[in-house]
Ligand binder design. Structure first.
Ligand code: ZN
Length: 451
């Protein structure tokens, strides 16, 4: 793919932006974690892709002079407004040098796994297959769960093409440090890591910097990086807790460490930084849980509850389906009962066989659960309708390929994949839900972008 990035003088370099910096890499904050650990795992759709080894060799040698790089970082649970509650100089530098959205609208449900994989693929969850953190597939007759390593690393669960595979298919080297999908067999990029929440954030950054310091033929052009601290703190302590402020500040420090390190690299002025989160966060009092069994007999039903929504599977038993439906509709409080075919269209959620025939969606601030679920002990949650503003995440980006432009309106996270592809000057994956035109006006070299 050719490129003609003529951005000489104006190439405000990331170096500049990154120059400031953080000096001391802090130790990782304590990590509470009521929610299942987010981990990465992908899978290739069409052609079976070769599974790369952990620190394998390069894919295709590229000329080094005109390459662009993308480093995409996810701060799990970073709500759209969290950056405004404590000083965040590192995030501020990115916003000042590039663009910041009023919010990044997650796909439904606003959970970690579906949304990280949506960010990667540009597809709504019903179209990429990771429809929730936990769900059932009637064809596989198996349950996928984010805490189940076997399913997380099983490529058959993952549809679509994550951006790192899109890049490698077009000859680039890619890397992932804990992005959902990147651990799955068949979907692994050249460099990847098996999820381990105990890996200190500073070590994650240092590894990414080491990757970017490799010789050109082995150096990844795309790097995905993940941090969970904000999500952990918000679940455990709540959205107004000082511990959350501490976690946000820690993320700024770790971002500063990344900026400093990037600034010192040979490729400093060619790196585009994209900062995102998968969803926001809202308070949920411990006693605001509605138990499904209190309203319907679910003894013959497969129930998978994901706290803010429950997926009910009936295995073709229509009698049972209508019995449960009629028992719940109008009776269960603080939740909406949807037949799969009648889900809100804005959720784009009906098409997957992995979505139960009935979806019970709790209203914001409430949760739905089965009596068999483990008791909820947190005070912050997410997963509700993405049109609930508190579910919105962050989006900031800066680099030589991005036109500085201040604040943008909120947009859906399906559009991040084509944006990242454009910055890498490659074609996005075919058939995605996201569109390049949403962010194209903020590209510095729109002429190089193909329609
Ligand atoms: Zn979470």
């Amino acid at each position: 793919m050719s490129t003609q990035r003529s951005l000489p003088a104006r190439v405000f370099s990331v170096a500049l932006l990154l120059a400031v910096a953080c000096t001391s890499p802090p130790a990782d904050p304590p990590r509470p974690a009521p929610e299942p650990v987010p981990a990465p795992q992908p899978t290739p759709p069409a052609p079976p892709l070769p599974a790369p080894a952990d620190t394998a060799a390069p894919v295709a040698p590229f000329p080094t002079t005109d390459e662009t790089f993308v480093v995409m970082v996810s701060f799990d649970g970073m709500r759209y407004d969290f950056l405004d509650r404590v000083p965040t100089p590192a995030f501020d530098r990115v916003a000042a040098a590039g663009i910041r959205a009023a919010g990044l609208i997650p796909a439904y449900p606003s959970k970690t796994f579906p949304n990280h994989y949506t960010l990667a693929t540009g597809l709504y969850p019903a179209n990429h297959g990771i429809v929730d953190n936990e769900f059932y597939d009637p064809q596989f007759d198996a349950v996928y769960a984010l805490h189940d390593r076997e399913t997380v690393e099983d490529g058959r669960w993952y549809g679509g093409e994550p951006i790192w595979k899109t890049a490698e298919r077009q000859g680039l080297v890619a890397a992932s440090f804990f992005w959902v999908g990147s651990e799955a067999v068949g979907l692994r990029p050249t460099y990847w890591k098996r999820y381990d929440e105990d890996v200190p954030n500073a070590a994650r950054v240092d590894t990414v910097l080491a990757w970017l310091g490799l010789p050109p033929e082995r150096r990844p052009r795309l790097v995905m990086l993940y941090f969970s601290d904000v999500d952990d703190a918000a679940h455990r302590y709540g959205v107004d807790a000082p511990q959350l402020d501490t976690a946000i500040a820690a993320m700024d420090v770790v971002l500063g460490r990344l900026q400093d390190g990037l600034a010192a690299l040979e490729v400093a002025d060619r790196v585009n930084l994209i900062l995102v989160s998968d969803h926001g966060m809202a308070p949920v009092p411990r006693d605001q849980v509605v138990y499904l069994e209190d309203y319907a007999d679910l003894s013959g039903v497969r129930v998978i509850d994901n706290s803010t929504q429950a997926l009910l599977y009936f295995d073709g038993d229509e009698m049972e389906l209508w019995a449960v439906h009629d028992a719940l509709v109008g009776r269960i409080p603080h939740a909406e009962v949807h037949l799969k075919e009648e889900l809100p269209r804005r959720w784009h959620y009906s098409r997957s066989r992995r979505v139960g025939e009935i979806v019970i969606a709790a209203e914001p601030g409430w949760m739905v659960a089965s009596r068999e679920s483990r008791p909820w002990r947190g005070v912050g949650m997410h997963g509700w309708d993405p049109y609930f503003r508190a579910m919105h995440g962050i989006f900031l980006a800066a680099g030589p390929g991005i036109q500085p432009g201040g604040e943008l309106a909120s947009f859906e996270n399906i559009h991040v994949h084509p944006f990242a592809a454009a910055l890498l000057e490659i074609e996005p994956a075919p058939g995605i839900d996201g569109r390049l035109d949403v962010l194209a006006p903020h590209l510095r070299t729109p002429a190089s972008v193909r329609p």
